[in-house]
Structures are given as C-alpha cells and as structure tokens.
Design a protein around this ligand. Structure first.
Ligand code: ADP
Ligand code: MG
Length: 376
C-alpha cells in the first residue's frame, strides 16, 4: 500500500487543547511542523504553544471546516470529542484515530464488548440499559461492585462503589439513570498500562509497560519498569497490540489493565490517545509518546521506544499549589513538566515530574519523598 508521508513544514491539527494537546504541539513544533489547535477555552494550555488556536466549540462546523482547510492531518487529544465532529472533518482531511475507534473508546459497554471479541478478558460485568436491569445485574455480578456510567467518565468521575441492591439502585438514580455497566469490584494486586503505536502501514511499536498507582481515582504514580513478571508485561503489550490490530487503529492507543491477586490480567479501559501513564516516556524513552503520536499520524516509521533509564512519574495536582519549587530543583535527576494552567484547583492536573535513577526502587524512594515534602 502506498501511504503518503506527511513531512516537516506540513500542518498538524489537534482537537482539544489541554495538557495532552499542549505536549503534542511541543513535539510537533520541535519536529518542524506547524500546529493548529481547536479548543473553546481562550486560556487552554495548547493555545499558547500552537501556531494557530481556533477558539470554538467542538461542534462548530465553520470552525471545523476552517481547521480541516489548514491541516494536512488531524488528531484528537481526548476521547470525548463528539464523534460526529470527527466524521465531519474526515470528509475534508485525514483524521487519526478514526471515528469508529473513537466511538468504541467513548463507551464502556462497547469497549468491553470489543475487548472480549478481540480476545481480552474484562472484569465480570453487566450492561445496565434501564432500571429493570438492576436486579439481574446485581445477581450476575454480585457485591461489592462498581457502577460506572458508559460515557463521559474520567479520573473516577461517574463511578459508585455499591454493596447491595438498594445502594445500586440509589447510585443508578444518582447517575441520572443513564446507561451504565456494573462491574465486579476485584482485589487488585496492581494496575498496569500498555501504550502501543500503529501507523497506516500497520507498523506497530509498544512502549514499556507502566505500573500505576491511583489516589482518589486519579493517577498518582507511574513506575517503569513495572514490578510485574515478564509474562504479565508481555501479555499486556500483546493485548494492547491485539486491540490496535482489531481496530486497524492509527495513532497512540493506551490500554489499562488490572492485575488480580491471583495474577490474572484483566482489561479495564482504553484511551485513543497518549495517556497520563505514558508521561514517563518524555524523559526516559528514546521516543516520547507525543513524538510517536506525530510519527503515527504522519505515516512515519515508529520511533525507538527503548527505556533509557528506570523512572517514576508523579502527577502534580492543584492540591499541591503553590509547590515549593526549591524541593524539586534541588535534585539533579528530576524533570519537571508544567501545563501552563493559570488556576490551580484541587484534583486538577497542573503538571508532573519524572524521577530518573539507576534502579526503579531508588527512583520510587525519591519520588515518594519529594511528593511528601511538596504535600506538607
Ligand atoms: P477512569 O475512566 O475514571 O480512569 P477506571 O474505570 O479506570 O475509570 O477506574 C478508576 C480506578 O478505580 C481504577 O484505576 C482502579 O483503581 C479503580 N477500579 C475501577 N474499576 C475497578 C474494579 N472493577 N475493581 C477494583 N477497582 C477498580
Ligand atoms: Mg482509568
């Protein structure tokens, strides 16, 4: 197949201008591409980096048309871009990932069904479409369980842990009686994620698997290499690759897994974009996930994903603001990344830092110590 490569000097677009869009724009500009971001927020983090910021809602057809006119290829920074907007643009210029992949990743029920078909194992679950389904969901899944809305959830939002049918019913009403999945709450040994990259020539590359620790439903730390067996990490990479193949996916695909206490690897969810748990690649891999995103959408060969150093990534939420910068800069092995957000709120992702060390345990010790000192 003859796939045209999009080369430096061309213009790349991104729908969404948060931190992921911002880091995409930095990577693209570093490589000599022009960048256009579409985001309604006049102060969005990517708007200050991109060559052009189109300030408009994601559903504004004139704005989407304008963006399509300017761009050789367009990508997305998060999965809640309306897929109709992606379809609208796809008629005018190239968009990766495709609307079909986006639609799978936007919906928990769909993504679990897709994962099952592709040969992966989600946690036992039941799809709730109406109130009548609650009883059957409860008896099939059992308790404790987690009710998750099918769409628009992130960082633990739209989720309820429930212990009996009456709590389930209450949570369902609180969720607004929208379509949901009820998932068995399992005992997790640890969580890992695998990030793979695939271009239109079906060339595939995978990043080292990350071990992820969450606090209050939000990613707190990523530890790489993950402290799991070689079999588990290889299986996580294989599963993520199988999903990418099954969707004929083009772009960066991040897949989250649970490792259960009996060492089974369960599919949790996927994101059709670079992922918070891949921010370690910015300092620790030959190619970052954002450079890889550029390479994939442009039809270039995947960059080397080799890990050059053990690393621990720590998220910096608004809760830490204003941090004592001296604590970070006193160390010579910490790389700071800030997202240019002018207002700090609790739970808001403001930046992250990567701790690089000769072994992963030393990196983790430093990461935890620095985080503790910043939290005081
Ligand atoms: P989000 O889209 O908000 O990231 P997730 O489904 O990944 O939602 O859930 C957030 C976190 O909640 C997970 O990373 C995990 O720590 C915990 N969690 C989610 N589902 C389960 C489950 N079935 N059993 C145990 N813990 C879970
Ligand atoms: Mg998640």
């Amino acid at each position: 197949m003859d796939i045209k490569q999009i080369l430096p000097g061309s213009t790349l677009g991104v729908l969404g201008g948060g931190q992921l869009g911002r880091m995409f724009c930095v990577a693209a500009r570093t490589m000599g591409y022009r960048t256009v971001v579409l985001d309604p927020d006049p102060l969005c983090g990517a708007g200050m980096i991109a060559d052009v910021h189109i300030q408009a809602p994601y559903t504004d057809h004139a704005a989407l048309e304008d963006m399509a006119q300017q761009c050789d290829v367009i990508t997305l920074e998060f999965e809640n871009i309306p897929s109709q907007s992606v379809r609208f643009i796809a008629d005018k210029t190239t968009v990766y990932p495709a609307a079909e992949s986006l639609e799978i990743a936007q919906n928990r029920d769909k993504e679990k069904q897709f994962a099952l078909t592709a040969g992966l194992q989600p946690v036992p679950y039941f799809a709730i479409r109406q109130a009548d389904d609650l009883q059957q969901a409860a008896s099939e899944v059992g308790f404790p369980a987690i009710l998750k809305s099918n769409t628009l959830g992130y960082d633990g939002k739209g989720q309820f842990v429930v212990y009996d049918l009456s709590e389930l019913s209450e949570a369902y009403h609180q969720a607004g009686k929208v379509a949901c999945v009820l998932e068995k709450k399992i005992n997790i040994r640890c969580e890992v994620s695998a990030i793979v990259a695939r271009n239109a020539k079906a060339e595939l590359a995978s990043f080292p698997v990350s071990e992820n620790q969450h606090r209050n439903g939000i990613l707190h730390l990523s530890i790489v290499p993950a402290r799991v067996s070689e079999e588990i990490s290889q299986q996580a990479v294989n599963y993520a690759s199988m999903l990418a193949e099954a969707m004929s996916y083009v772009g960066i695909l991040a897949v989250e897994f649970f490792v259960s206490e009996d060492n089974k690897l369960y599919f949790n969810e996927m994101a059709p974009r670079p992922h918070n748990s891949g921010h370690y690649t910015k300092d620790a891999c030959v190619t970052s996930q954002f450079e890889q995103q550029v390479r994939m959408m442009c039809g270039l060969t995947p960059g080397d994903t080799r890990l050059m150093s053990p690393v621990v990534m720590v998220n910096m939420l608004g809760d830490l603001w204003p941090p004592d910068w001296a604590v970070i800069f006193a160390r010579n092995n910490i790389k700071l990344h800030l997202y240019g957000k002018n207002e700090a709120r609790p739970g808001r992702k403001m930046g992250h830092f990567n701790v690089l060390a000769e072994d992963v345990n030393s990196a983790l010790t430093v990461a935890e110590e620095i985080f503790e000192r910043l939290s005081r």
